[in-house]
Design a protein around this ligand. Structure first.
Ligand SMILES: NC(=O)C1=CN([C@@H]2O[C@H](COP(=O)(O)OP(=O)(O)OC[C@H]3O[C@@H](n4cnc5c(N)ncnc54)[C@H](O)[C@@H]3O)[C@@H](O)[C@H]2O)C=CC1
Ligand SMILES: O=C(O)CCC(=O)C(=O)O
Length: 487
């Protein structure tokens, strides 16, 4: 897009300074709720800009790594306080920039504050164990060393929480960071980095370079001075990053897609299951890797579940993310909207029956944004694209089964394994589901989306690099264990 004259321009943050890219080019971001609302523009950086950021992070790492956890924690607490004081403004920016409703954007920003405080607390928690040696005169224990420079590559769907849940543990465990936020949400990302900058982190400890994934993201993945890469995004890009980092012997962590099922058993609380399916599948316009997309319902409750679901979906108010009455905002971009509409067409062409939705919303203010109706299909079979591929949109696929065993078999018959829910009041069914479901997050009588910051998060199968982030699990990626023997 052409950048308007009065658009606010956000700079890169390198070695403690806000600076322009040497390209002198910027990328403008317009709101998917109303494309006339230009949120701001960010630097279209080059590999040279990235080189400078990596060099700054490299030269800062020794001093930062040598601080005590307690000293590093002070900076994180300060960043949390600043983010909290700017919550309203940053949440509004997020809602404008990527279309999440204002209420959800505020919730996510508050979560960012809580994550910063949680990881600040990590600065005073234990990092190792004493292990009995076979030598009675020796002391053996483990401690941990930071990786060094960590590259953080983030998506647009959680522009505050994901950059923070990757950067905060990296920093508290003594690493320095170069972050490349998703361009589609990089103005929000820049505001988050302003909070770190204003907290007074020493120069070079945290750096941000915006720009194209193929240039800046790939540049981070390829760079020999970047010791670890943590990524959230699509499987296609994640795999490519994993291969690049592996090829040069670096460490990587990938959080990727999901095709998350909800199983509704015959003894489920149907109202609870309906509400959770709607919240898990359609909040954030279905743009969560943990979003519900397959709804597997036992035949004896299928019709009553379906009727209640459709009735509730019909009530959903789609609109501008900034309006109080909006329950669901737009797709985050034109490309994302096109992807969703193309999956809806595929569903119809492959023989699924459209129960509600299926169209782009048009007329009035809708014409200025990328709005799609919340959509529900039935008669979905497992070989259809809408049953197998991540849509990242407000599309639910209903599938009828005769038993829990059949439901579980369907639920597991995809390449992904991120999150999954069951609705049942039967303890035996719960336990079978917990044991047999191939997913990193297994939830009972709760929606598939929504993670708690103090608990490990990550997927099985193709959903992740088999690592976990968040909670104390983060220490495994961001540090290396040293086994120490003293005599
Ligand atoms: N698991 C999740 O939370 C997410 C999944 N997705 C999935 O991915 C689809 C496409 O969304 P995108 O934003 O295009 O995701 P993406 O995977 O292309 O982008 C994620 C991040 O990787 C960067 N990137 C892109 N190409 C790169 C490359 N060659 N090397 C290094 N970094 C690169 C991007 O600039 C962004 O910062 C969505 O429709 C959805 O299905 C997207 C965002 C988040
Ligand atoms: O469900 C959540 O709160 C987190 C989802 C997530 O990590 C993602 O969509 O990338």
């Amino acid at each position: 897009m052409t950048v308007k004259a009065n658009t606010q321009i956000f700079l890169n943050y390198v070695d403690g300074e806000w600076c322009e890219s040497i390209s002198k080019e910027v990328i403008g971001n317009e709101s998917p709720s109303n494309t006339e609302d230009v949120v701001g523009s960010v630097q279209k950086s080059t590999r040279k800009d990235l080189e400078e950021a990596i060099a700054a992070a490299k030269s800062a790492k020794k001093k930062w790594g040598n601080l005590t956890g307690n000293e590093r924690a002070d900076y994180l607490y300060k960043a949390a306080d600043i983010l909290e004081s700017r919550l309203e403004e940053i949440a509004t920016c997020m809602a404008r920039e990527m279309g999440k409703t204002l209420a959800e954007s505020k919730g996510e920003t508050a979560r960012g504050v809580a994550i910063l405080r949680y990881y600040a607390g990590e600065g005073l928690r234990k990092v190792g164990d004493v292990i009995p040696s076979t030598d009675s005169e020796a002391l053996m224990f483990t401690t941990r060393a930071p990786l060094g420079v960590v590259g953080v590559i983030t998506p647009w769907n959680f522009p505050v929480a994901i950059p923070i849940w990757k950067s905060a543990p990296a920093l508290i465990y003594g690493n320095t960071v170069v972050i490349k936020p998703a361009t589609e949400a990089a103005v929000t990302g820049a505001k988050v980095i302003e909070c770190f900058a204003d907290a007074g982190f020493p120069s070079g400890v945290i750096n941000m370079v915006t720009g194209q994934g193929s240039v800046i993201g790939q540049g981070l993945a390829d760079h020999p001075d970047v010791n670890g890469i943590t990524f959230t995004g699509s499987n296609k890009v994640g795999r490519q990053i994993g291969q690049s980092v592996l090829a040069r012997g670096g460490k990587y962590q990938l959080e990727m897609g999901g095709k998350n099922p909800v199983i509704v058993a015959s003894d489920a609380d149907i109202d609870l299951a309906v509400n959770a399916t709607i919240s898990g599948g359609l909040r954030s316009t279905g743009q969560k890797c943990t979003a519900t997309s397959r709804v597997i319902v036992q035949s004896d409750v299928y019709e009553s579940f379906k009727d209640k679901l459709i009735e509730k979906v019909r009530e959903i108010k789609v609109g501008n993310s900034l309006l109080d009455e909006t329950w669901m905002g737009p797709s985050s971009s034109e490309g994302q909207l096109d992807t969703v509409l193309s999956y809806i067409r595929k569903g119809i062409n492959e023989g699924a029956e459209l129960l509600i939705g299926g169209e782009r919303l048009t007329g009035g203010d809708y014409d200025n944004g990328y709005y799609v109706q919340p959509t529900v299909f039935e008669g979905v079979t497992n070989e259809m694209a809408i049953a197998q591929e991540e849509i990242f949109g407000p599309v639910l696929a209903l599938m009828k089964v005769n038993s829990l065993e059949e439901g579980l078999q369907l639920a597991n018959d995809v390449e992904y394994g991120l999150s999954a829910s069951i609705f049942t009041t039967n303890i035996k069914k719960m336990l079978t589901f917990i044991n047999d479901m191939e997913a990193g997050l297994v939830r009972v009588n709760a929606e598939s989306a929504g993670v708690e910051l103090q608990a490990p998060f990550g997927g099985m199968k193709q959903s992740s690099s088999h690592s976990r982030e968040q909670g104390q699990a983060a220490i495994e990626f961001f540090t290396a264990i040293k086994t120490v023997f003293v005599k």
